[in-house]
Write a new protein. Structure first.
Lengths: 440, 457
């Protein structure tokens, strides 16, 4: 449970293997648009990357296949290179996919396949493939929070769902949740400190997590007691942390607003589609009583129908991909605020102890107690970790939102591109006919 | 039909140098409306000019250029001495040959209000019951979606009405039959005293009573099948166009909502950009594009109103078509009644002459009860009957001619109408598709721009 400096990355001795395994080193990394995740049951495709930006690569099992399956996204190429300009070589790749339903006498639940590929010596094997359920992810997160209290732990998707309101086993729900879990794991695996956490190791490689669960609970209780017990009041918060707090508050607010706007758009779009369908049927039924006008009327009816379909796709996309990511970021912000609070507490504790110690020193000249020094260390480490994490977080946030918003723009463009060809198709021959008549 | 197109080209009014003119035919002036090719002036929103068949005779429009140039508010005292505000429309005319020769004389002009147009139309309907008379733009704003005003004084409504009135005049003036009417000519050229002239024609007396017409519909025995089919069609046309207009208004409402909500993105992106460093610029610009997106719906829907106006015209046309069919029913019914009357009178004569009562009659009964009349009385009655029968035969002849003429002339005009309708509505639908395509292209443009901004975040 060290809050010390991040450990060094995997040694460069691994490089050759790394390169073969994953040809997309920092200089050539690419992004695929939209927060897609490899969902299919196919065991070949793997994505492993930072912060939920999956890249399609083939299985490292075959080097030649790798180069064939490279996918370059033209649009985002340049920017991708910017982001991953850091010279970190990745040596831990994780993916969450392949949801499966398990039915037992006691309960029904979903498990996900967690695949790992790594060259790190902390792991016994280079590859792992485990089945984990949400509970296990939750366990991991708790362990991480306990063991790395000075670091920002990425959030998990919502734990509880109201039964009857949301179907926990519906395809959409499971897929949304899986994408969020994948993102969570990738963010952890990407973190220079968290990724070396033994609990992560266990999560990724141990057959049985249950044994540790009991222990976890105990430790959790112990930690929280420690934190609360102090009851110290903070005097002055350093300005950079104040700024962080303010930023987070405003940011959360804006995200909330965007969420509301998106929901409103969905509502309006759905009502629009309803009216549009009715509108289309009127054209069709009119076509029935006409001779010359039948084809044009049916043409318009066809356009309208296509438009409805395209709109429904767009709406589905917004609710499946856009909204969940927004909401998850709100959770992320909450986590970050929590960490800020913990930092405040630890500073408060230090200041409190320091004050007490100074008073005592003045009275009976005892030397500065060790706890106070420990506290000071703790605060300084905390501050340093937090600042580093903050930078990472900001950078990742920028990428995530760039991707998210670009995705929504793309979907809107696609929606229009879907239905205007239909209009073009039926009306063009008539326009040409018109031109011929006019030329006479 | 191609002849009609060429005539349309020649007949098309130019743009006399008066201000504030925005003709429907000059929609081509608008960048993003209608077809993109330069024949757009003929694919005018209403296609009014473009397809009235000009066969024989030179219609008024050939000789004279007509347009409704402006609208103005006036106040005055009305019939019951109450102060009222109303709108008048400026009708301008110029002789065609002057235009063709390149001279540009100042147009003659006069002001008319909507009620005068109505009077003209009523006169035409009564005077030419076998013609599908072009309709006026709607009296009150109907099928409004929430943003549109239902107020008759609203400037947009007035403008659309101006265009509709011009359209009406052009259609009437290019009609092979209606264009020759003197009253129409007076309407266009004599500002004062026109109303009196119209009333003097006594057309109001000739108007068929509603009740008579309705009764005819129910009681007529042998109406022309083609007219019955046409009447049925007019019902369908009316039903479909009104359904379409209602549905379109609802769709417009919803579409407006969708676009406008996106404007909120503009605001929130702007606020968000204030707390961001690197992302700030991209977000801010993207926000502007979202604002543009939200604003774009206003133009889109305004253009669609022209489409709606075309549909409304044909909604009213359906009514005019039905009126012609009803007139046939009435004429046929009156013929049947006259024939029936003649037959019964002839029967009466026979009974009186032979003394044999074939059918039950009140007279027969009273004869039995009170005895027959004196021979002098019978003679008198017989003589009267003969006169009535002669009259009756005349009536039947007249009614037959009336009916046949009506059928003949109405059928011709209904065919003309059908072709006009097919052409106009086909164009309207094509233009609608063009509008849809344009809307898509705009949408793609805006979101592509926004995407560019996001990529720069």
């Amino acid at each position: 449970m060290s809050a010390g400096a991040p450990r060094g990355l995997a040694s460069s001795g691994q490089k050759p293997i790394t390169e073969i395994l994953h040809p997309l080193s920092a200089a050539e990394e690419t992004l695929s648009p939209g927060p897609d995740v490899t969902v299919s049951g196919g065991g070949e495709k793997d994505s492993g990357l930072t912060n939920g930006t999956p890249v399609e690569t083939s299985s490292p099992a075959s080097a030649s296949l790798l180069f064939n399956r490279l996918q370059l996204d033209d649009d985002l190429d340049g920017d991708a290179r910017d982001l991953y300009a850091s010279t970190e070589t990745r040596d831990l790749f994780v993916t969450v996919d392949d949801p499966k339903k398990h039915v037992s006498t006691m309960e029904t639940y979903i498990t996900y396949r967690v695949s790992t590929k790594t060259t790190r010596i902390e792991f016994d094997l280079p590859e792992y493939c485990m089945r984990r359920r949400y509970q296990d992810f939750d366990w991991l997160r708790i362990k991480l929070e306990d063991s790395q209290p000075t670091h920002l732990i990425p959030p998990l998707p919502e734990k509880f769902v109201m039964k009857g309101v949301v179907d926990r086993f519906s395809e959409e729900f499971v897929e949304t949740r899986m994408k969020a879990l994948d993102k969570f794991l990738k963010r952890v695996a990407d973190h220079p400190v968290l990724s070396f956490n033994p609990h992560l190791n266990a999560f990724l490689s141990a057959k049985d997590l249950n044994k540790r669960q009991g222990l976890a609970l105990l430790t959790k209780v112990g930690e929280s007691v420690k934190h609360v017990a102090g009851g110290y009041k903070l005097r002055t918060r350093p300005p950079e942390f104040c700024a962080m707090g303010e930023y987070l508050d405003t940011f959360a607010q804006k995200l909330g607003t965007i969420d509301r706007i998106a929901q409103r758009i969905l509502k309006e779009q759905s009502e629009y589609v309803t009216e549009l369908r009715e509108y289309g049927t009127v054209y069709s039924s009119w076509a029935g009583s006409e001779e010359e006008l039948r084809r044009p009327l049916e043409g318009v009816a066809g356009c309208v129908t296509t438009c409805c379909g395209a709109l429904e796709d767009l709406s589905e996309n917004m609710s499946q991909d856009f909204l969940p990511v927004l909401r998850e970021y709100v959770l992320y912000i909450e986590s970050m605020k929590n960490v800020l609070r913990k930092r405040d507490q630890s500073q408060a504790e230090y200041e409190g102890r320091l004050e007490a110690a100074i008073l005592r020193k003045q009275e009976d000249r005892t030397p500065m107690p060790v706890e106070v020094e420990k506290c000071q260390d703790k605060v300084e480490c905390f501050n340093a970790d937090l600042k580093a994490d903050w930078e990472r977080w900001q950078s990742n946030k920028r990428q995530d939102f760039k991707q998210l918003l670009t995705g929504i723009a793309d979907k809107n463009i696609n929606h229009y591109e879907k239905w205007f060809p239909t209009c073009l198709a039926w009306s063009t021959p008539y326009k040409l006919l018109l031109k011929i008549i006019l030329k006479n | 039909m191609s002849e009609g197109w060429n005539d349309a080209l020649r007949m098309r009014p130019g743009s006399p140098p008066t201000s504030g003119k925005q003709k429907r035919m000059a929609e081509d002036g608008k960048d993003d409306s209608v077809a993109t090719d330069d024949d757009s002036d003929l694919t005018a929103a209403d296609g009014s000019l473009n397809n009235t068949m000009v066969e024989e005779g030179s219609t008024l429009l050939r000789r004279m250029e007509i347009c409704v140039a402006e609208a103005e508010k006036r106040s005055g005292k009305n019939a019951v001495s109450m102060q009222e505000t109303f709108t008048v429309y400026l009708i301008e005319t110029r002789p065609m040959d002057a235009v063709a020769e390149g001279r540009n004389p100042a147009p003659d002009s006069l002001w008319r209000r909507y009620s005068e147009f109505e009077l003209l139309r009523n006169y035409l309907i009564v005077t030419y019951p076998y013609i599908v008379v072009p309709p006026l733009p709607e009296k009150r704003a109907e099928f409004v979606w929430h943003k549109l005003s239902a107020d008759n004084m609203d400037p947009d409504f007035v403008e659309r009405r101006r265009v509709g009135l011009e359209n009406f005049l052009l259609r009437v003036a290019s009609h092979p039959v209606l264009s020759n009417d003197k009253i129409l000519y007076h309407f266009l050229t004599e500002e004062h005293g026109w109303k009196e002239v119209v009333y003097e024609t006594g057309f109001q007396a000739k108007a068929d009573s509603r009740l008579r017409a309705l009764s005819a519909t129910f009681r007529v025995r042998n109406p022309d099948k083609r007219f019955m089919e046409m009447k049925h069609y007019s019902d369908e046309l009316q039903s479909h166009t009104s359904q379409l207009l209602r549905a379109r208004a609802r769709v417009a409402d919803r579409l407006y909502g969708v676009y406008k909500v996106h404007g909120n993105y503009g605001r929130v992106f702007s606020e968000w950009s204030a707390i961001e460093k690197e992302m700030g610029d991209g977000l801010q610009s993207a926000g502007h594009h979202m604002d543009a997106y939200a604003a774009s719906i206003d133009d889109i829907l305004e253009e669609e109103e022209h489409y709606a106006d075309q549909l409304k015209e044909y909604l009213s046309y359906a009514e005019a078509l039905r009126a012609v069919c009803r007139k046939h029913e009435l004429a046929q019914f009156e013929l049947e009644m006259a024939s029936q009357d003649l037959i019964s009178k002839k029967q009466q004569r026979e009974e009186l002459a032979t003394g044999i009562v074939r059918t039950f009659s009140f007279k027969g009964m009273t004869n039995k009860l009170f005895g027959q009349e004196a021979p002098e009385q019978r003679e008198a009655k017989l003589k009267l009957l003969e006169e009535l029968i002669t009259e009756g035969e005349e009536t039947v002849k007249e009614k037959t001619v009336e009916c046949e003429e009506h059928v003949e002339r109405a059928w011709v005009d209904m065919q003309r109408f059908k072709e006009q309708k097919d052409k106009d509505l086909r164009e309207a639908l094509i233009n609608y598709a063009v509008m849809q395509i344009s809307m898509c292209k705009k949408g793609i443009q805006v979101w592509s721009n926004a995407k560019e901004c996001f990529l720069k975040m």
